[in-house]
Ligand binder design. Structure first.
Ligand SMILES: [Mn+2]
Length: 543
């Protein structure tokens, strides 16, 4: 039997129909709990956090930092340029200052340096008289750079959460604090970079009132970095969200310009894009200063970040449209060259089109310094890291994981690279992409009460994804195109159920009013002129 595909080519994984809302909800909740106790899962307290000293090398790191503070050594915090790295840097610098340390920070440039420790930057750091270097959200696999720092008399503490490469992990660093270390006994390996920093702070000074403001930064970095919101990470994000809503970090409130409750969604859709825009299109230190800077410069900083964020949105939209027009339907992988696209925006463009194509997408441009830079995104059933590994000799550099990766190469290698990638992707047998459905249910139940129940399961994210519900065979009674760019649809089913479909112009030619469809939706609500109504968001649709 041929599996039924949706209009977006997906196969839906859904269990039997459950005809009683309580049964649907209970079963769903039990699935989410995992190994957590219900009360802790619902609302943890500070005492539910794990012992930070279970992290390998934590004692060494704490002793060395305390010595540096006591002896007034110069400490340099070295971070990453994304939202996780920015919050990691801000948290550690702020905390060390409050403990009396002489501390400054350095973050490499996204476009010119890329992630991790760099020899040139270590040389620069050495000239400042730094004797202790502490990495956050990076560095675990930078063995040569750590050895170089050692040779200059700089000791290094690595704090990171990235996978440990057995061949080049920074084993000669003074301490390597990373829950991903195979020899680390810490029970949770899904901390963000800023989660690891928080554990370091917890070990340095186990005082809850002192730690609370930093948990707010953990919430931002963890949601932005898309770590699984389970176990310790879920606890830190839940506790941190409460703190984020207090006025610990005036820059955050100034940036959001709203008194509404800050949720994981606010972080994902508003805060994180603003922080990330800094390194994509401007200078990352302005994002760090949002947390560390004085109040007097705050409004300029906020304006700067907002402006970059707007620019990011416009550029990714413009280039995604350009990229869509260059898609070649007969190819196994889409390799698209966008001459004028800024390097920092490539990944956003690839992300925007990968979903509707259901294929791997690589977007390239020319770097200001000459070589070509590319960013790739792939749907769940494909592995970009393996694909790029197979053409490693053709590349200057590459890195990333299954779903997202970056690379650079000389223009003279481009033709060979493209051919090799087409061959590689054509040879891969891929099962059709799947959509995981929480349960099939009836349309009448997905109402405001249901939404209120779902709200008790927040925060949603990876590992606790917002559930997708399936409603069978509803007639499409009205179809409207909306938005300036006509990319969004407003659908009415059965004359009563309103469904919005964002970035769904690909569906437009496939939908017919009068026909009946199975819907995969998320439940949300919409307030218009004081009236709040349930609103479904379309995830997928099949006839
Ligand atoms: Mn990170």
């Amino acid at each position: 039997m041929k599996e039924q595909r949706s209009l977006r080519g997906k196969v839906w994984q859904s269990d039997a129909f459950l005809d009683e809302p309580k049964a649907v909800q209970e079963r769903f909740f039990l699935e989410r709990l995992g190994e957590d106790e219900e009360s802790v899962w619902r609302q943890p307290s500070w005492g539910d956090l794990s012992d930070p000293r279970l992290l390998k090398d934590m004692d060494k790191a704490v002793d060395r930092i305390q010595k540096a503070i006591a002896e007034e050594e110069k400490i340099m915090v070295y971070g990453d340029f994304d939202a996780d790295g920015i919050t990691s840097t801000a948290a550690l610098v702020h905390a060390l200052k409050s403990l009396g340390a002489l501390v400054s920070y350095r973050i490499p440039d996204r476009v010119n340096d890329s992630h991790g420790l760099k020899i040139e930057l270590i040389e620069e750091i050495a000239t400042t008289g730094t004797t202790l270097l502490i990495t956050v959200d990076c560095g675990v696999n930078d063995l040569p750079e750590v050895e170089f720092a050692n040779s200059l008399g700089i000791e290094t503490i690595i704090t990171d959460h990235h996978k440990v490469d057995p061949d080049r992990w920074a084993q000669t660093a003074l301490a390597v604090v990373n829950p991903m270390r195979p020899d680390c006994k810490f029970p949770h390996n899904n901390l963000a970079g800023v989660g690891v920093v928080f554990k370091l702070l917890q070990a340095l000074k186990p005082d809850i009132d002192w730690l609370k403001p930093y948990s707010a930064l953990v919430a931002i970095g963890s949601v932005a970095d898309c770590v699984a919101l389970t176990g310790e990470s879920r606890r830190l994000v839940q506790l941190g969200l409460i703190e984020l809503n207090k006025n610990h970090w005036p820059g955050v409130l100034a940036l959001l310009e709203s008194d509404e409750l800050i949720t994981a969604e606010t972080i994902g859709f508003q805060l994180a894009p603003c922080l990330n825009a800094a390194s994509r299109l401007g200078q990352v230190q302005h994002a760090v200063q949002l947390f560390l800077g004085s109040n007097s410069g705050m409004s300029d900083r906020v304006e700067y970040l907002k402006h970059l964020n707007l620019e990011r949105r416009e550029l990714s939209q413009t280039y995604a449209e350009q990229a869509k027009k260059m898609v070649q339907p007969d190819k196994a992988v889409q390799i698209i060259f966008l001459e004028t696209c800024p390097v920092g925006v490539l990944g956003l463009v690839a992300s925007r089109i990968v979903e509707s194509l259901g294929q791997a997408v690589m977007v390239l441009t020319r770097h200001p310094h000459g070589a070509l830079h590319g960013s790739a995104r792939a749907p769940k059933n494909l592995n970009l890291a393996e694909a790029l590994e197979s053409v490693a000799p053709l590349l200057n550099a590459f890195g990333g994981h299954a779903g997202a990766a970056g690379f650079s190469l000389e223009e003279t290698q481009l033709i060979e690279f493209m051919e090799a990638m087409q061959t590689w992707f054509a040879s891969i047998e891929t099962p059709p992409p799947e959509l995981i459905i929480a349960a099939q249910t009836e349309s009448q139940w997905l109402n405001l009460d249901w939404k209120a129940w779902e709200d008790t399961l927040e925060p949603f994210g990876i590992g606790n994804t917002k559930p997708v519900w399936q409603i069978n065979q509803l007639p499409l009674t009205e179809l409207k195109v909306m938005g300036k760019t006509k990319q969004h649809l407003r659908l009415t089913f059965d004359g009563t159920h309103e469904v919005v479909a964002f970035f769904a112009d690909d569906l437009l030619p496939l939908l017919k009013t009068g026909a009946s469809y199975d819907l995969a939706v998320r439940v949300s609500k919409n307030t218009w002129r004081g009236e709040t109504k349930v609103q479904w968001q379309l995830v997928d649709i099949r006839s």
